[in-house]
Write a new protein. Structure first.
Length: 117
Protein backbone atom coordinates (compact mmCIF):
# COMPACT_ATOMS: atom_id res chain seq x y z
CA UNK A 1 0.00 0.00 0.00
CA UNK A 2 2.89 2.39 0.67
CA UNK A 3 4.09 2.13 -2.92
CA UNK A 4 0.67 3.24 -4.22
CA UNK A 5 0.65 6.26 -1.89
CA UNK A 6 4.18 7.17 -2.89
CA UNK A 7 3.26 6.88 -6.57
CA UNK A 8 0.29 9.21 -6.11
CA UNK A 9 2.49 11.72 -4.30
CA UNK A 10 5.10 11.48 -7.03
CA UNK A 11 2.47 12.04 -9.71
CA UNK A 12 1.02 14.99 -7.81
CA UNK A 13 4.46 16.62 -7.44
CA UNK A 14 5.25 15.95 -11.11
CA UNK A 15 1.92 17.47 -12.20
CA UNK A 16 2.43 20.60 -10.10
CA UNK A 17 5.96 21.01 -11.44
CA UNK A 18 4.80 20.52 -15.05
CA UNK A 19 2.06 23.14 -14.68
CA UNK A 20 4.45 25.59 -13.03
CA UNK A 21 7.07 25.03 -15.72
CA UNK A 22 4.54 25.57 -18.52
CA UNK A 23 3.46 28.91 -17.00
CA UNK A 24 7.09 29.97 -16.54
CA UNK A 25 8.02 29.10 -20.13
CA UNK A 26 4.95 30.95 -21.46
CA UNK A 27 5.79 34.02 -19.37
CA UNK A 28 9.40 34.18 -20.57
CA UNK A 29 8.51 33.55 -24.22
CA UNK A 30 5.86 36.29 -24.17
CA UNK A 31 8.06 38.81 -22.33
CA UNK A 32 11.17 38.09 -24.38
CA UNK A 33 9.51 39.22 -27.60
CA UNK A 34 10.57 42.75 -28.53
CA UNK A 35 7.97 45.50 -28.83
CA UNK A 36 7.74 46.30 -32.52
CA UNK A 37 7.00 49.88 -33.50
CA UNK A 38 4.61 50.02 -36.43
CA UNK A 39 4.38 53.17 -38.55
CA UNK A 40 0.90 54.26 -39.66
CA UNK A 41 -0.69 57.24 -41.36
CA UNK A 42 -3.94 57.62 -39.47
CA UNK A 43 -6.91 59.87 -38.86
CA UNK A 44 -7.93 60.69 -35.34
CA UNK A 45 -9.31 63.09 -32.82
CA UNK A 46 -7.42 65.41 -30.48
CA UNK A 47 -8.94 66.36 -27.15
CA UNK A 48 -7.71 68.81 -24.54
CA UNK A 49 -4.95 66.49 -23.29
CA UNK A 50 -5.37 63.27 -25.28
CA UNK A 51 -5.10 62.15 -28.90
CA UNK A 52 -6.56 58.97 -30.39
CA UNK A 53 -6.05 57.41 -33.81
CA UNK A 54 -7.98 54.58 -35.41
CA UNK A 55 -6.00 51.94 -37.33
CA UNK A 56 -8.22 49.10 -38.47
CA UNK A 57 -9.95 47.72 -35.37
CA UNK A 58 -7.40 49.24 -32.98
CA UNK A 59 -7.52 52.66 -31.31
CA UNK A 60 -4.05 53.99 -30.49
CA UNK A 61 -3.64 56.96 -28.20
CA UNK A 62 -1.50 59.02 -25.90
CA UNK A 63 -2.21 61.38 -23.04
CA UNK A 64 -0.30 64.53 -22.14
CA UNK A 65 3.03 63.97 -23.84
CA UNK A 66 4.69 61.91 -26.56
CA UNK A 67 7.98 61.83 -28.47
CA UNK A 68 7.59 63.77 -31.70
CA UNK A 69 9.39 65.24 -34.71
CA UNK A 70 8.52 68.80 -35.76
CA UNK A 71 8.09 70.08 -39.32
CA UNK A 72 11.78 71.05 -39.51
CA UNK A 73 12.84 67.49 -38.57
CA UNK A 74 13.93 68.28 -35.02
CA UNK A 75 13.18 65.46 -32.60
CA UNK A 76 11.53 66.18 -29.25
CA UNK A 77 11.63 63.45 -26.55
CA UNK A 78 8.29 64.61 -25.12
CA UNK A 79 5.69 67.36 -25.26
CA UNK A 80 2.66 68.10 -27.43
CA UNK A 81 3.17 67.79 -31.22
CA UNK A 82 2.60 71.09 -33.04
CA UNK A 83 0.72 69.31 -35.84
CA UNK A 84 -2.06 68.19 -33.47
CA UNK A 85 -4.28 71.20 -32.79
CA UNK A 86 -6.42 70.48 -29.76
CA UNK A 87 -10.17 69.83 -29.71
CA UNK A 88 -10.62 68.80 -33.32
CA UNK A 89 -10.31 65.89 -35.74
CA UNK A 90 -7.01 65.40 -37.59
CA UNK A 91 -6.24 63.55 -40.82
CA UNK A 92 -3.17 61.90 -42.28
CA UNK A 93 -0.98 62.01 -39.18
CA UNK A 94 2.08 59.76 -39.29
CA UNK A 95 2.45 57.87 -36.00
CA UNK A 96 4.65 55.18 -34.56
CA UNK A 97 2.56 52.89 -32.40
CA UNK A 98 2.68 49.57 -30.60
CA UNK A 99 0.62 47.40 -28.33
CA UNK A 100 2.34 47.37 -24.94
CA UNK A 101 1.60 44.18 -23.04
CA UNK A 102 1.09 44.08 -19.28
CA UNK A 103 0.75 40.38 -18.55
CA UNK A 104 -2.18 39.20 -20.66
CA UNK A 105 -3.73 42.59 -21.49
CA UNK A 106 -2.42 45.13 -23.94
CA UNK A 107 -2.60 48.88 -24.37
CA UNK A 108 -2.40 50.33 -27.89
CA UNK A 109 -0.17 53.37 -27.51
CA UNK A 110 1.19 56.08 -29.78
CA UNK A 111 4.93 56.25 -29.07
CA UNK A 112 5.96 58.84 -31.66
CA UNK A 113 4.30 61.46 -33.89
CA UNK A 114 5.87 62.76 -37.11
CA UNK A 115 4.73 66.30 -37.98
CA UNK A 116 6.85 66.51 -41.16
CA UNK A 117 4.06 65.28 -43.43
Amino acid sequence: MKSIVWSRRSLMVAAVLAIGLSFAVGYFVRNSQPVELSIYTADGYVGADVATFQVGDTSYGFRGSVAWTDRAGTEHPDGWPDCLPKLQPVEGVRIGAAVIWHGTSGSAQVLWVDCRA
